[in-house]
Design a protein around this ligand. Structure first.
Ligand code: PRP
Ligand code: URA
Length: 211
């Protein structure tokens, strides 16, 4: 595994992702878990983020402490499914700004179709963390990174919940210097480019659109 690929082998990820995989997990609970994983993965991705020394006045004295400047960060969700992960990242650091890239995979070619981009005006001055639950062929994530590069920002990290080996290979060959955070590495893709064992269509599971 490449040095920039972080598979977050932790019982808490395994536990929460097992609940997402379960076909009986309904959208309300599914959304909540996706949000919790978004929180935890953003926490991991921010492990080495710069801090600024700030004087804090406690009830007893002044002390110089380290704070993260949220205005220098942007959580970028790949819609639809990334929105709920970004909600978790927002819970972690509410002062960060947010960006949105809407993308849908063609069911036959598996290529992503971009339909909407909204980024902060000063995105080029921020560290951008992309969130999307699924890294399958990596077509969507690679297209999202290219879009950010067009706007002058090389993403700081990419976070996903489940990845296929094919997607990790494609992403890390395209962008070897962008750290990839993966909740769980699955076995392979099927003939429809779905991840096995996976969790199905993340957007449909989150929003109940397969009902
Ligand atoms: C899913 C997922 C990723 C993409 C991953 O979105 O959220 O964006 O598929 O597949 P890839 O790595 O092969 O590109 P989808 O296109 O199904 O849209 P949705 O979020 O609206 O469900
Ligand atoms: N997109 C999903 O939502 N699930 C997969 O398994 C692959 C792509």
């Amino acid at each position: 595994m490449k040095e920039n690929v972080h598979i977050l082998n932790h019982p808490m990820f395994e536990h929460k992702i097992a609940m997402l995989r379960d076909i009986n997990t309904r959208p309300g609970v599914f959304r909540q878990i996706v949000r919790e994983i978004g929180f935890l993965e953003a926490y991991e991705a921010l492990r080495d983020i710069d801090t600024v020394t700030t004087t804090v006045t406690t009830p007893l004295e002044k002390t110089d402490r380290q704070l993260i400047d949220g205005s220098k960060l942007c959580f970028v969700s790949i819609m639809r499914a990334g929105l709920e992960m970004a909600a978790g990242a927002r819970d972690l650091l509410p002062s960060a700004s947010e960006g949105f890239i809407a993308m849908a995979r063609d069911e036959v070619t598996f290529k992503p179709h971009l339909s909407y981009v909204k980024l902060p005006r000063t995105i080029a001055e921020k560290k951008a963390i992309i969130l999307d639950p699924m890294l399958a062929t990596a077509g969507s994530s690679i297209a999202a990174v290219k879009k950010l590069i067009e706007h002058g920002v090389k993403p700081y990290a990419f976070c996903c919940i489940i990845a296929a080996p094919e997607g990790i290979k494609a992403f890390s060959e395209a962008f070897p210097d962008i750290p990839l955070y993966v909740g769980c590495l699955d076995r392979c893709l099927n003939e429809k480019a779905y991840i096995l064992p996976g969790l199905g269509d993340a957007g449909d599971r989150i929003y109940g659109t397969n009902d």
